[in-house]
Design a protein around this ligand. Structure first.
Ligand code: KG4
Ligand code: ZN
Length: 356
């Protein structure tokens, strides 16, 4: 039995500013009381990607009203909150500093404990909030900056099994979209265009498939899309749809094959995973969600997929990860410094425990 807890979480590592209040009841089950997100897509769209300086300034402007909104929607005063959590990295340093400083300032002023959260850990733990999943599980983390397969054994206990050797899968979606003339952010646009396309028209490569280690590579796939697009230019709407569908089919095959490789590696673990969990913005993709569903049915695994709004960056995931750490007695000091890089399994290194 746990004491029930409420945590305010702040997210500002990339192009979403977010604040949320999450509660865990006495049985440890999570509930989102509010989840306020402001996307900066409009600010960055003209540049075809996230501009760090614009992002940092936009976080400064957006955070304060978003925190007020999150508290009001949760019907909470700051006195009703047990701890303040903020993403401490990895991400764009200017944005991380904005959220982290705000989190520390609120904690200091209100006399509340402060928890610095690893953004990747927050994605990794989200299915415990949405689906009440038990450890251990296999995590497929697929976002704009990361493609990783991770054995999640407990809070702070992560073993990275494989990661990308070049582009992240979300980056490949974004780059493919850009070269096909689709607006930023590309992932949802590619998925939309692929709905009307023929996935078998172009036989794109499936890099790394068949390898024992569950690593990823996506830059060759993106290059193949560019070469094919150049070969058949000028592109009709049908060409774009077929290129998107064929690209997405290749990406799906790669992700499923790499999950299989990770499951093979974990089959001999003392406690093999009983669930596959997908997180990160790309996990919102319907074709990927369906393919993972088929894989889990075949492998006899439970599948946990957070709803699309909790796959992409949000404050609830930061609040929840903060809550999970806080109820284990973990918190951080005011000297915690923003970390542009913060690998998930660094938590296993005793030097990283507790303090920056
Ligand atoms: O986790 P996230 O919101 O931000 C970080 O990168 O941390 O992920 C954003 C990424 C972008 O690359 C975006 O294009 C991709 O997730 N994405 C998608 C979809 N929705 C978002 N990729 C494919 N299909 C989607 N439906
Ligand atoms: Zn993310």
């Amino acid at each position: 039995m746990w004491a029930s807890l409420r945590v305010l979480g702040l997210e500002s590592t990339c192009d979403e500013t977010a604040a949320a209040v999450v509660e865990a009841d006495s049985m440890g089950r999570g509930k989102i009381l509010s989840n306020a997100v402001l996307s900066q897509i409009a600010e960055h769209a003209a540049y075809g990607g996230v501009v760090p300086e614009i992002a940092a300034r936009a976080h400064v402007e957006a955070l304060d009203p978003l925190i007020r909104k999150a508290l009001a929607e949760a019907d909470c005063a700051i006195e009703d909150i047990d701890a303040i959590a903020a993403a401490g990295g990895p991400g764009l340093i200017g944005g991380v500093m904005v959220g982290l400083t705000m989190g520390k300032a609120i904690a200091l002023a209100a006399g509340k404990p402060f928890v610095a959260v690893n953004h990747l850990e927050a994605h990794a733990l989200t299915p415990r909030l949405t689906d009440n999943i038990d450890f251990p599980y296999l995590l497929l983390l697929v976002s704009g900056g990361h493609s990783q397969l991770v054995a999640v054994n407990g809070v702070g206990d992560y073993q990275r099994l494989g990661s990308t050797v070049d582009d992240a899968v979300g980056e490949a979606f974004d780059k493919a979209a850009k070269l096909l003339g689709l607006p930023y952010p590309g992932g949802p646009r590619v998925e939309q265009a692929a709905l009307g396309g023929d996935p078998a028209r172009f036989d794109f490569p499936r890099p790394m498939t068949g390898r024992r280690n569950p690593d990823f590579s996506f830059s060759g796939l993106k290059t193949a899309v560019r070469q094919e697009a150049e070969r058949i230019a000028p592109l009709t709407n049908t060409d774009v749809a077929d290129l998107c569908a064929s690209f997405q089919a290749a990406a799906v095959d790669v992700l499923v094959d790499r999950c299989r490789a990770a499951l093979r590696l974990l089959a001999d673990a003392p406690k093999p995973p009983t669930a596959l969990v997908a997180a990160g913005g790309v996990a919102a993709n319907g074709a990927i969600r369906r393919a993972l569903g088929r894989l889990c049915a075949e492998a006899g695994l439970k599948l946990a997929l957070p709803p699309p709004g909790l796959c992409s960056d949000n404050g609830a995931m930061i609040a929840w990860a903060g809550l999970e750490r806080f109820r284990l007695g973990l918190s951080d000091g005011m000297d915690f410094a923003a970390r542009p890089r913060w690998p998930l399994d660094a938590r296993q290194d005793p030097r990283w425990h507790g303090k920056a």
